[in-house]
Write a protein that binds this ligand. Structure first.
Ligand code: PLP
Length: 393
């Protein structure tokens, strides 16, 4: 037996385990202090009533002979694919239902899509970055190039025509920086991908947080993207499905290379290695697109948006530079007084008993920056803001 030795090159991820250890050590020695966590990327609000009703109804169906569902179509039931198609049409993107593939979440698809590409492609990722893009490619042994995201470019790196790459990762609204590409910037990326014969893997997991109508929610709002891009999306942050698991990937039929259709390849891959998302879960996801579901998730997203607005107002008041918070649940701030990420983490934990995520955990360019999330409970977020103001004023 020979192992995939590339796994030796994947660095252990100590970020969240180190945070957890530091927080529990602090809590043990300071049992009287209430620690507030604004570091996690998980949601806190429950599933909305429209989703719960649909899950209940689908569960009932599964218990009756006449409405029981066994194996479903690997690429998702038509009722959900049609609902997603209609959702895209709402922001001006025309898709065919067979360009949409339902999955158990964006993380799986972001990793699995790499089955379609040879290992000798060069990959371009931003630094700082959602670590999954990096680790999945290290596991496959691909060469990775990093592009600098920094305060100068607003954490939105732009293409450099002197750099050759075939697989490009873009995430907008971005995790961890909250930065959002505008149409012109995405058009420049599409032009670069076309020039290089590259594919853009566009992660739109946070699209629902965009409020500014001028900002694109999908890369397919950009002309020509259907020739060079694949888009990943998720119900996790949009509708609280982090534990329920459902997402979708759009692979346009126009996307081809060397005479092969990536849409057909992905269908073949999914029908070979995946047996679909549970019927019950897909019914729950479809309920997100009903008028009632849309109203309810908009309310939930509004709750997180208000948290983001309040954190942003606090940073504005303190004169701290940051990205995100406006069309994103993440705020990415420059650590005050030139502090390093982990020093600021310790400072905030010890002085304010507030937990965030050190930017250094997302890449070299994250050093000196810090991520706060808007996914917390409202009262706890308000309390954290007051404490942050107290220790930094
Ligand atoms: N993409 C990004 C940028 C994320 O931040 C996350 C989760 O935090 C995911 C994908 C994973 O989403 P899912 O829960 O659908 O697997």
């Amino acid at each position: 037996m020979k192992l995939n030795l590339n796994y030796q090159n994947v660095k252990d991820s100590y970020l969240f385990s180190t945070i957890a250890k530091k927080v529990s050590a602090y809590s043990e020695t300071h049992p009287d202090k209430k620690v507030i966590r604004l570091g996690i990327g998980d949601v806190t609000l429950p599933l909305c009533p429209a989703v719960i009703d649909a899950l209940h109804a689908a569960t009932e169906e599964m218990g009756k002979q006449e409405s029981f569902h066994g194996y479903g179509p690997e690429q998702g039931y038509d009722f959900l694919r049609d609902a997603i198609r209609t959702y895209y049409a709402g922001h001006g993107v025309t898709l065919d239902a067979d360009e949409i593939f339902v999955s158990d979440g964006a993380k799986s698809d972001v990793g699995n899509i790499l089955d379609l590409f040879a290992t000798d492609n060069t990959v371009l990722v931003p630094d700082p970055v959602y670590p999954v893009y990096v680790d999945t490619n290290i596991m496959a042994g691909r060469k990775i190039l990093y592009m600098n995201a920094n305060a100068e470019n607003g954490f939105l790196p732009m293409p450099d025509s002197t750099v050759d790459a075939e697989i490009i990762y873009l995430c907008s609204p971005n995790n961890p920086t909250g930065a959002v590409y505008d149409r012109q910037q995405l058009a420049a990326w599409v032009a670069y991908a076309e020039e290089k014969g590259a594919v853009i893997l566009f992660d739109a997991a946070y699209e629902a947080f965009i409020t500014d109508p001028a900002l694109p929610r999908s890369i397919f709002e950009i002309k020509g993207a259907e020739d060079c891009a694949i888009e990943f999306c998720s119900f996790s942050k949009t509708a609280g499905f982090t534990g329920t698991r459902c997402g979708y990937t759009v692979v346009p039929k126009k996307l081809t290379a060397g005479g092969m259709s990536l849409n057909k390849m992905w269908l073949r891959r999914q029908t070979t290695k995946f047996n679909g998302v549970p019927y019950i879960v897909q019914r729950g996801a479809a309920a997100v697109f009903t008028p009632e579901g849309q109203r309810q998730i908009t309310e939930n997203i509004g709750y997180y948006r208000e948290n983001a607005r309040a954190i942003a107002a606090c940073l504005d008041e303190l004169g701290i530079w940051y990205t995100g918070g406006k069309n994103s649940p993440y705020l990415w701030l420059r650590c005050p007084n030139g502090m390093a990420s982990w020093d600021f983490f310790d400072f905030l934990l010890e002085r304010a008993h507030v937990v965030g995520t050190p930017g250094a955990g997302f890449g070299e360019n994250g050093e000196g920056f810090f991520r706060l999330t808007a996914f917390g409970d409202r009262d706890a977020t308000r309390e954290a803001i007051e404490r942050i103001k107290r220790v930094l004023s």
